[in-house]
Write a protein that binds this ligand. Sequence first.
Ligand code: CTP
Ligand code: CA
Length: 227
Amino acid sequence: AAEQFEYGALAGKHVVITAGPTREPLDPVRYISNHSSGKMGYALAEAAADAGASVRLISGPVTLQVPPRVDCIQVETAEQMLAASLDDIDRCDLFIAAAAVADYRPVAVEEHKIKKGSEEIMELRLTKNPDIVATVAGLGAQRPYTVGFAAETRDVIGYARSKLIRKGLDLIVANDVSNPEIGFNSDDNAVTLVSADDEVSLPQASKRQLARRLIEQIAQHYKQSTK
Ligand code: CTP
Ligand code: CA
């Protein structure tokens, strides 16, 4: 499969990829986050660079090495990830949102460490984070070709397709995270690439190999759209 990888497929294109979790602070020592490892986004960045693109990775906190020839902007919160995504967006041809963005953040960040009180139940107030990929997809005529991910545990294609439409995306990568052999922290993954008029299934493979096949497919769909 690696031999079939078309090295020039994204030559001259600028690709922006979000990856990893976001971290939403509660106070100076605590945050809300999730188990995203960032592996899929980093593998996509490597594959896009290998396909000839100039690549900017906008990454939440992960423990991975930045692939060679990839420009990495490190962020923590969803709001920082949005700001980094919109920075220089005019230059972006292809935007791929692989990050597991926290849907909500604490309403307020306490200046000092929150102390344990006498109450048994503690309630947190959260407010919705901006939707980064929907914001980019909604930029209008100059918007980049926009690709999202959908991590689902049931009716995977159905929910992915409704996200594609709701967020105004060109493509969405549907990921069944109910299968413990694939997804979030695993080294392997299997996905279905969903567009308005077709579905392409990419069988289980290492995230590195799958990323190459995904970039190949995304590049093909992108070229079709610019014809
Ligand atoms: N996403 C984003 N900004 C957010 C939330 C999600 O850019 N604030 C992007 C993710 O990077 C992914 C896609 O949107 O590409 C779908 O994320 P997902 O969490 O599956 O969708 P949600 O709209 O948040 O729906 P839900 O979590 O309720 O399934
Ligand atoms: Ca979400």
